[in-house]
Design a protein around this ligand. Structure first.
Ligand code: ATP
Length: 200
């Protein structure tokens, strides 16, 4: 199993990049989707969250009240730690399960928190999608229809570009059109196919 971990800041183009590699037949495991999956009704992590944070974080239909939970952990770092202690192992286990069921030559693990969490340990190679901050701001604000100040606050809370650069094996600069992104990915795709072959 050869896993390429793909990361980047908000609005950097992770989805644009992973959609392209998926169109070439590469299986994509999406850590954001997994993080929602493990707190679905009936999942042990949801039960543990309800026990730690109270019935107030569960909506009448049995699903997680994300907003209520966000407000609690935003105000209380120890609550955040408790939440992560519940969710991170469940997310890690489900990511690993999905990676193991992949049969494509290599598998992409797409995660905004690849480097901040232990998820990077599941990847043999780290690919960073990098974008100048001004472009990151304008693309995200226009995609999400939100103010640039709101995007700036999220960017400030994420790992700095410089730190991400240091940790990445490969960097794609997504500062031009999609064709340019795809060209850079074409080259890396060939490299990853060779690496995966050698790794097998
Ligand atoms: P998030 O972290 O918020 O999930 P992301 O890293 O997955 O974001 P995308 O959604 O792929 O980022 O890209 C952000 C926005 O920028 C999208 O609207 C996307 O269509 C657009 N975009 C990405 N790359 C390019 C490009 N090269 N040229 C023009 N628009 C782009």
């Amino acid at each position: 199993m050869f896993v390429v971990g793909l990361t980047g800041g908000i609005g950097s183009g992770k989805t644009a990049a992973s959609d392209y590699l998926a169109s070439k037949g590469i299986t994509v495991v999406d850590a954001d989707l997994v993080s929602r999956l493990v707190v679905q009704p009936g999942q042990p992590a949801l039960q543990a969250i309800a026990e730690r944070f109270g019935a107030g974080v569960i909506q009448p239909d049995g699903t997680l009240d994300r907003r209520a939970l966000r407000e609690i952990v935003f105000a209380d770092p120890s609550a955040r730690k408790d939440l992560e202690a519940i969710t991170h192992p469940a997310i890690g286990a489900e990511i690993l399960r999905q990676l193991q069921t992949s049969s494509s030559p290599y598998t992409l693990l797409v995660s905004p928190l690849l480097l901040e969490s232990s998820q990077h340990k599941m990847a043999q190679r780290i690919l960073l999608i990098d974008v100048p901050e001004a472009l990151q701001l304008s693309r995200t604000a226009s995609r999400d229809q939100v103010a640039e100040t709101q995007v700036k606050a999220i960017m400030a809370a994420q790992m700095s570009r410089a730190d991400k650069h240091q940790r990445a094996d490969d960097i794609v600069t997504n500062d031009a059109d999609l064709a340019s992104l795809h060209r850079q990915l074409d080259t890396l795709h060939e490299t990853y196919l060779k690496m995966a072959h050698a790794h097998a």
